[in-house]
Design a binder for this molecule. Structure first.
Ligand code: NAD
Length: 389
């Protein structure tokens, strides 16, 4: 392995995961860029990095690191990846979502192709032991031939969390190609995160070219009904939801000889002591699958390790830019289906982000408090907003 020097652009919360990963791999972090002096100060204390920059372009030009992590808010991913590629950075680790739309994703891929930079998108759940084991079991025929799948996500919207859900769904199914899909989103709350509007919930049905079909439910539709001030909020629309077992993500993969369930992310050992992470059902037989926990190297560490292998040998990377584009296309396809109110056949032609375009044209009522953050109206208010819109 050759010697690498790493840098981080955007030194906030998620940068900690990247800093930890470089540390695990013994790769020195030589520089950081952030517009916040406080963030840079904390970063310097944690990493010992001496190169501190408020202008990331200056950092790229002056430090010329081998590896760069892009860990800023979503709308900056494209310009930062393009700048890193143009600066000749060999390996770029970009946080999810890859891009705001397909036009940006294509610009990022073109810049990396031109410079020879290797790009990965941090859908790092790919490397978490329970998802890796579930993929292996499905690929080895543990449930026979895959027929269909159900995915649900407790939190967020497609761009913040659902990008992971789409990625995991496709990875568990062996990366099938989407043929067409139908989707709808609920965006009436004016929720904003990572610098852009987000929907509160959504639902989609995907048909793949190999005849496998899948459904996805996310946001409040996939949670147990919560109570606000003693009043019950909307009831979950996910028919398989169980708050006892499901954590963050839940996948059910149906095969012709059984079904495999993945009960979401594992954050601590007690998670898998109470409920297994992976379970297989064959008739009345139930098999709990053991997973290695904790994993010796973090998921982002494994992503970066594979990136170095890609740089050195040209081996394909499972989370490469093309894979990131595929996830982006599914996400934009679902938003486009909601905009057109019809099925969307792949490839997706929309070059904009249909959800954000609909927010701008007022299809979803503008809301948000003075900070522009999530406003959760009480249930009566929620319905009043809906009636007036
Ligand atoms: N893969 C995952 O599991 C995962 C989890 C959480 C967040 N994320 C992603 O990570 C990204 C960052 O999220 P976060 O929670 O760390 O956000 P954050 O707000 O904590 O950090 C972002 C940092 O970027 C800095 N920044 C803003 N503009 C900049 C600029 N022009 N140049 C340099 N720095 C700039 C901010 O000052 C801040 O310190 C988001 O895209 C998010 O979707 C991924």
């Amino acid at each position: 392995m050759t010697d690498y020097r790493a840098a981080v652009m955007g030194c906030g919360r998620m940068a900690r995961g990247h800093m930890q990963a470089y540390k695990e791999l013994g790769i020195p972090i030589v520089a950081g860029a952030d517009i916040s002096e406080d963030a840079l100060q904390a970063f310097a204390e944690e990493t010992g990095a001496e190169g501190l920059f408020t202008d990331y372009r200056r950092m790229l030009a002056e430090v010329k690191p081998d590896l760069v992590s892009v860990v800023t808010h979503d709308a900056l991913h494209c310009e930062m990846v393009v700048a890193a590629a143009e600066a000749g950075i060999r390996g770029i680790v970009c946080e999810k979502p890859m891009a705001m739309d397909l036009a940006e994703a294509d610009e990022m891929l073109a810049a990396c192709r031109a410079s020879g930079s290797r790009l990965t998108i941090s859908h790092q759940r790919y490397y978490m032991p329970q998802y890796a084991r579930a993929r292996e079991l499905i690929a080895d025929g543990a449930i026979g031939s895959v027929v269909s799948a159900e995915a649900s996500l407790k939190a967020g919207c497609l761009m913040t969390d659902g990008t992971h859900t789409i990625h995991m769904l496709l990875a568990l199914l062996g990366e099938p190609e989407v043929d067409h899909l139908l989707g709808q989103v609920d965006g009436h709350e004016g929720y904003e995160y990572y610098g852009h509007r987000c929907e509160n919930a959504g639902i989609a049905f995907l048909a793949f070219t190999n005849q496998v079909r899948a459904s996805m439910v996310w946001g409040w539709m996939a949670r147990e009904a919560a109570r606000e001030g003693g009043i019950r909020r909307q009831q979950s629309l996910d028919p398989s939801w169980s708050d006892e077992r499901h954590r963050y993500h839940h996948f059910i993969i149906h095969g012709d000889e059984g079904r495999l369930e993945v009960y979401g992310d594992v954050f601590k050992i007690t998670d898998i002591e109470s409920t297994p992470a992976v379970r297989i059902f064959r008739g009345s037989e139930i098999e709990d699958i053991e997973i290695e926990w904790p994993a010796p190297v973090s998921a982002i560490g494994l992503e970066i390790k594979d990136l170095m292998e890609t740089i050195e040998t040209g081996a394909p990377h499972p989370l490469d830019g093309e894979n990131g584009r595929k996830i982006t296309e599914a996400m934009i396809g679902i938003y486009e289906s909601a905009r057109r109110r019809s099925i969307v056949k792949f490839p997706v032609e929309a070059r904009d982000n249909p959800f954000l375009a609909m927010c701008e044209t007022g299809d979803f009522p503008p809301q948000g408090d003075e900070t522009g953050r999530h406003v959760a109206p009480n249930p009566r208010e929620r319905w009043r907003v809906r009636r007036e819109s």
